[in-house]
Ligand binder design. Structure first.
Ligand code: XIL
Length: 342
């Protein structure tokens, strides 16, 4: 099936002496054209300087997420002031091209800038509230949704992470408050809780679901759950489907929020085929969720050279398109899994 889809994509009229033509950017329909749900990618503002890449992105996806320029690490300056030049560019590009804009991310254990850490008591709480109000308020009416709290579950799935935010405002309270503040700043935005390894670690998934329930019981206006889906190509078949089914059981919206399938982090053979099969499984399982539960399927980049995983291993190729924006077997498999569903 897969092989034949790629063969079809690769086959052009050619003289017999010429080598077979590799599939090009136009050889598969755009991802968003075949999907019955919004398709997204992350992006950095500097990638928009390349008009051909910007055009490629706008033709493939219907939603953009800033990869890191809407995180505190970028937004919060040493003196506590904010900068929004880069995320503003991404939001403007999305707006100009009719793409949705997804805000990522407000509260993340991994980032606790000094500008916050040096504050105490009420001043800390005020700065926390001011930050969420300013960031969400700035994109009010332009961002469809936010990752309000990112990666709150401990690595092994045992409880919640300790962070500057949990220490100062309380383990559950800092999260509840973040949802309340984000909702007040933009009542129309969907508000997500996002985490990783929910496919490979069912124990972490159970804790994640319990956290979502605790937030709802505490009155947090949480509207959806995101599973990052940073997986390796040797992930067991069925794990992605099981995770999506479990997450959907809570009745909130569910999104695949940052998918990539690493070859370098996997062991064993046949990794490209297994990578394609995992992308196909994710597309099929996501499409099988009730329409009211779906929000978007976001890829953590389109072309391999754009991937954050290249910094860990320069030979990794975790995305749907190669360095020349040519669709890989994984792209064909992802589309094939959705055939007939639009
Ligand atoms: C990563 C980005 O891809 C990198 O460019 C950045 O330096 C660090 O963060 N989970 C998340 C994302 O929620 O924000 C991370 O993105 C990948 C893991």
């Amino acid at each position: 099936m897969l092989g034949s889809a790629m063969a079809l994509a690769a086959c052009g009229r050619r003289a017999s002496s010429q080598p077979p033509r590799l599939p090009g950017p136009g050889d598969l329909p755009p991802l968003k054209r075949v999907a019955p749900f919004p398709v997204g990618t992350c992006i950095t503002a500097s990638l928009l300087d390349d008009p051909s890449f910007a055009g490629f992105v706008a033709s493939e996806v219907s939603q953009l997420t800033p990869e890191w320029e809407l995180k505190m690490e970028y937004v919060v300056q040493a003196d506590g002031s904010y900068r929004f030049d880069a995320p503003d560019r991404i939001a403007a590009f999305a707006n100009d091209r009719g793409l949705r804009f997804f805000g990522h991310t407000l509260i993340w254990y991994a980032q606790g800038p000094d500008a916050f850490a040096r504050l105490q008591g009420g001043a800390f709480r005020d700065a926390y509230a001011a930050y969420i109000a300013a960031v969400v308020g700035r994109y009010k009416g332009r961002a469809v949704a936010w990752d309000v709290v990112n990666e709150a579950v401990a690595e092994d799935g045992d409880g919640w992470r300790d962070s500057l935010w949990s220490q100062r405002l309380g383990p559950l309270e800092h999260m509840r408050l973040a949802y309340e503040l984000a909702h007040a700043a933009d009542p129309a935005a969907a508000l997500f809780l996002n985490d990783y390894n929910l496919e490979s670690n069912p124990r972490k998934r159970a804790t994640f679901l319990k956290l979502a329930e605790a937030l709802l019981s505490a009155g947090a206006p949480l509207t959806g759950l995101g599973t990052q889906t940073h997986v390796a190509a040797d992930l067991a078949p069925g794990a992605i489907t099981a995770a999506l089914t479990d997450l959907a059981s809570l009745g909130l919206k569910v999104r695949i929020s940052e998918m990539d399938v690493s070859l370098s982090r996997a062991s064993g053979g046949d990794l490209e085929r297994r990578q394609a099969a995992l992308y196909a499984e994710a597309a099929e399982a996501y499409a099988a969720l009730p329409a009211a539960r779906r929000f978007d399927f976001t890829l953590w980049g389109l072309r391999d050279s754009q991937s954050w995983l290249r910094r860990e291993n320069a030979g990794d190729a975790p995305l749907l398109f190669d360095d020349q924006d040519r669709p890989k077997a994984a792209a064909a498999a992802w589309e094939l899994a959705l055939k007939g569903r639009t």
